[in-house]
Design a protein around this ligand. Structure first.
Ligand code: NAP
Length: 578
């Protein structure tokens, strides 16, 4: 939740505050019993949490007694006693619940869920329109609350990445509907709010006002022969005053590949200095810095379909077959789509109207601020592939990873800002065992976690599961990892190089081989962290964890699930995956 959004919401809610107070003529007295409003949030990257916190802060000024909770933190029975609640739900991946909403959803969707007839509620759903299931989590929560008899005070709002405007309209309506009561029901209910968190110093550097950080290192980590290009990127934070915590992410505002911009200008039959109605900057600048020109938007697909006359595109769009559409789009960028029919001319202004704004990309920070004062480090795999459209081969690039790899050389800089990830932290208890599973670039935050434990002088045991394709080419940070093993900082290291032998060996293979000890660490109060690929690795690691707990703890499948659920409730099983 960044500074612009905070400032915007603070301003908006302040306006809302004065309107409500004057309309209801009810300035709150310090001693008066205040109307509770519960604000429940499900967050993956911190946006929903930030929105919930700020809304609570401002609702408090309106005379309400707001209580904010993570979705998973409130038991179903307690929820049944809530009278007025707003839900801020974020969706991640392909329409999944955020990690701190999984248990909540399990309970809410169960046939045994209690009726919620006395609850009045509203839902703000956050999501990303580039994924098929925009705001899926918020949608299903909204529908289920209604099924359970709760009264929807107003229609849900589904927000894309830029959520300010739609949230503003939603909140304008909400202000008339959430009620300040003379004798508030539920004010006396002992529903614990989340413990107050220490105030975080606000940074002036945000998504809309990023800091131009000077590059100090751009070093290839993977070796010759690797199928990957993994880089260590370090920035100087200069006099920005930027602070971050180990576990946070860094937002990077990329510039599109100059080659792609040139090729696109050519395809549009336009020049870089051409101006487009409604835009101040010249077209070249718009394509380089302001619009997403790699991943096609839904609008672009719909708009070009009748123009290009391409049977397969028409087929997948008409049949709304998601799998077939994904397969068709696999590896294709915007230019490939325009080239489906090279004879069709496109107007540059129209093209822009189908395109989405260029968004930042977030990378898990791989440095601990205590170990590298004034610096921030990233571990980035440059995404490159050869694509073919209409028989013509072209080199393709990931937007931000190749911006960092290719355009951030010596003497260069990049616009950055910190994106906090408050749930992904080294245990506060320095004696607690820590298990980290981070294959590939998933190692990034764990390099920082180990640095933090070293800097703090923590005595807790540390266990790293790491792997990639080949030991010879892909064992990144091997010098640092070996040093940590030798010094004893790393108590256990288990490596899984998947392609060094006939059969695949993955991190979960190593977990299973060491099941007894792994379970022992959990039983000692250990924390279990996962970072990296969400679609396959994190799911398989989760299954392995369940199996290990069942086998070693002598538990049924159900009991093992409850054990894992408890780890999540205690914030001892946390993931940074996408
Ligand atoms: P990767 O593609 O995940 O590959 C790393 C290793 O994992 C390889 O040995 C690979 O083996 C293996 N692997 C493949 N399928 C697996 C499975 N089902 N279970 C366990 N291991 C499996 O590595 P990468 O190129 O560094 O990509 C990492 C992914 O994590 C990217 O999707 C990146 O976006 C994401 N990431 C996320 C975060 C975050 O959430 N903050 C941070 C860093 C990276 P084979 O290739 O031989 O099958």
């Amino acid at each position: 939740f960044n500074e612009d959004q905070r400032a915007w919401l603070a301003g908006f809610l302040a306006g809302m505050n004065s309107r409500i107070l004057s309309e209801k003529d009810a300035a709150p007295q310090a001693s008066a019993v205040r109307t509770p409003i519960d604000i429940l949030y499900g967050t993956q990257t911190g946006n929903a949490e930030g929105l919930a916190e700020l809304a609570a802060e401002q609702f408090s000024g309106l005379g309400f007694a707001p209580r904010t909770h993570e979705l998973d933190a409130v038991e179903m029975d307690t929820r049944a006693h809530m009278r007025q609640a707003s839900f801020v739900g974020s969706t991640y991946g392909e329409g999944e619940m955020p990690d701190n909403g999984e248990l909540f959803w399990e309970q809410l969707s169960a046939s045994t869920a209690p009726r919620l007839e006395s609850l009045k509620y509203g839902v703000i759903a956050l999501g990303d329109n580039s994924f098929e299931e925009l705001c899926h989590a918020g949608k299903v929560i909204d529908t289920r609350l209604e099924q359970l008899g709760a009264a929807r005070l107003l229609e849900r709002v589904d927000c894309d990445v830029d959520f300010e405007d739609p949230s503003e309209q939603w909140l304008t309506k909400a202000q008339e509907l959430f009620e300040l009561e003379d004798n508030p029901q539920g004010a006396d209910l002992a529903i614990p709010a989340a413990p107050a968190k220490p105030a975080v110093k606000k940074s002036q550097w945000t998504r809309k006002n990023p800091y131009e950080a000077k590059l100090i290192e751009n070093r290839l980590l993977s070796r010759d022969g690797s199928g990957k290009e993994i880089r260590h990127i370090a920035f100087d934070l200069g006099d920005s005053g930027i602070e971050y915590a180990t576990g946070d992410a860094l937002g990077v505002m990329p510039t599109n590949s100059p080659d792609l911009v040139t090729a696109l200008l050519e395809r549009l039959g336009a020049s870089a200095d051409q101006t487009i109605a409604g835009h101040e900057a010249p077209l070249g600048e718009l394509l380089a810095r302001q619009f997403e020109i790699r991943t096609p938007s839904r609008e672009l697909l719909k708009a070009i379909e009748p123009l290009v006359g391409h049977d397969e595109l028409t087929h997948v769009l008409t049949h709304q077959d998601k799998e077939a559409l994904d397969a068709f789009l696999w590896g294709k960028d915007v230019l490939d789509l325009l080239n489906l029919n090279p004879d069709v001319a496109f107007d540059a202004g129209e093209f822009l109207s189908w395109s989405k704004p260029l968004q930042h990309r977030a990378y898990s920070i791989s440095s601990c601020p205590m170990a590298h004062p004034g610096e921030v480090h990233l571990t980035v795999a440059a995404v490159r592939w050869s694509g073919h459209a209409n028989g013509k081969g072209r080199e393709h690039q990931g937007v931000a990873s190749c911006f960092l790899a290719d355009q951030c050389g010596e003497g260069k800089s990049a616009p950055v800002f910190v994106s906090p990830n408050k749930n992904f932290r080294v245990p506060t208890d320095g004696d607690a065992p820590m298990i980290m599973v981070g294959p590939g670039t998933g190692i990034a935050p764990f390099r920082a976690f180990l640095e933090e434990r070293r800097e703090r002088g923590d005595a807790g045991k540390n266990w790293l599961f790491f792997g990639d394709q080949h030991r010879a080419h892909d064992f990144i940070y091997d010098d640092e990892i070996s040093a940590a093993s030798q010094s004893g900082l790393l108590t256990r290291l288990d490596l899984a190089f998947s392609r060094d032998q006939a059969e695949k060996i993955y991190v979960q293979t190593r977990m299973r081989e060491n099941a007894k000890e792994l379970f022992g660490w959990l039983e000692e109060g250990g924390y279990f962290y996962v970072c990296g690929d969400a679609t396959r690795m994190a799911k398989d690691v989760d299954s392995a964890l369940h199996e290990i707990i069942a086998a070693e703890g002598g538990l049924s499948e159900e009991q093992a699930s409850e054990y894992v659920a408890n780890l999540k409730r205690e914030k001892r099983y946390v993931r940074d995956v996408y």
